[in-house]
Structures are given as structure tokens and as C-alpha cells.
Design a protein around this ligand. Structure first.
Ligand code: NI
Length: 175
């Protein structure tokens, strides 16, 4: 396994529409392994392949919380070619962040519950009802596969402000 570099706003690759995974090859398994290592290292709870510059419809996620003793048992999950097949009318608001927009958090409103269809690494199809943090996280990550970022849901003022901040920071790094 290897930690890969996470691309950061305003990298234009974040706006690409990712392509479906046609076959789970050893390279896809390696990519998923690397994404988990990258995500745990960051640390984050979800990562889309495009965030490590691979425009493929592949997501890693781990929503495990520490137990009473403070230990966290990892619950790694892979979503290949995930799709939202239905969404509740009811909305919920979560404060979201993104490993490609570090140290920036804002409240985003999304459907409170969604039904998601996806393939696992063995090529089996699953359908699950997601709610709470799972619903928010899977919607956020599927957005990445379509070139959408959570800041797109904010007011133009807020979005312009964060884009400007990250564009400036990127310039500083280059100089
Ligand atoms: Ni994100």
C-alpha cells in the first residue's frame, strides 16, 4: 500500500466526470488499498478516486467511531460505480469538510435518506438505504465522481471567498 497525493482546490481535475470501473482488476484493488491508506493517514472518512487524480467511479469510506475505551475498529467500505437511486424529500444539514479543501467546513443541506446501488470489490451488486452521516458522506463522495464539490452548494459569496483563498495559497506554493 502507498499513500497517494491528494489533489487540492483549485486543481481542475476535481471538476472531471469520472468514468465507470469496467472490471475489478489488480490495479483497481491496489488503487482502493492506496485510497484507504491515504484516507486513514489524512485522516478522513471518505475519499473519491479523483481526489488522488484517478478519474474512476470508486469511493472508499470508513464511518467507524471510537468505542467507550477510545478504540476504533476500522470498517473499510468500497463503493464501485455507486448511484443514488432514490432520495427522501426530507432534508438534513451537516457540517461538511473535504480532504481536497483542507480546514474548511460549512453546513450543507442534502436529502436526509438515500438509496444507493453499488458494486463491491468482488463485483457483487448491493442496494442499501443510507441515513445520517452515511447518507451525507455517500452523496458528498458521489458528487466528486461528477465533478461537484460541497462548496458548490454554498452561496456565491462564500464559494468565491473559499476559491480565492485556495487559489492564492496554490500560487504561494508554486512561487
Ligand atoms: Ni470531499
Amino acid at each position: 500500500m502507498a499513500i497517494r497525493e491528494i489533489i487540492i482546490l483549485p486543481d481542475k481535475q476535481l471538476r472531471l466526470v469520472s468514468k465507470p470501473v469496467e472490471k475489478v482488476t489488480p490495479e483497481i484493488r491496489k488503487l482502493a488499498d492506496d485510497m484507504f491508506e491515504t484516507m486513514y493517514d489524512a485522516p478522513g472518512i471518505g475519499l473519491a478516486a479523483i481526489q488522488v487524480a484517478q478519474p474512476l467511479r470508486l469511493i472508499t469510506m470508513d464511518l467507524a467511531k471510537p468505542d467507550e475505551s477510545g478504540e476504533t475498529t476500522r470498517r473499510p467500505r468500497v463503493f464501485i460505480n455507486p448511484e443514488i437511486i432514490s432520495a427522501s424529500e426530507e432534508k438534513s444539514v451537516y457540517e461538511e469538510g473535504c480532504l481536497s479543501i483542507p480546514e474548511y467546513y460549512e453546513e450543507v443541506e442534502r436529502p436526509a435518506r438515500v438509496r444507493v446501488r453499488f458494486l463491491d470489490l468482488d463485483g457483487n451488486m448491493h442496494e442499501e438505504d443510507a441515513q445520517g452521516l452515511y447518507a451525507t458522506c455517500i452523496q458528498h463522495e458521489i458528487d466528486h465522481l461528477n465533478g461537484v464539490l460541497f462548496v458548490d452548494y454554498l452561496s456565491k459569496l462564500k464559494r468565491d471567498r473559499v476559491l480565492k483563498k485556495f487559489t492564492k495559497a496554490a500560487k504561494r506554493t508554486v512561487e
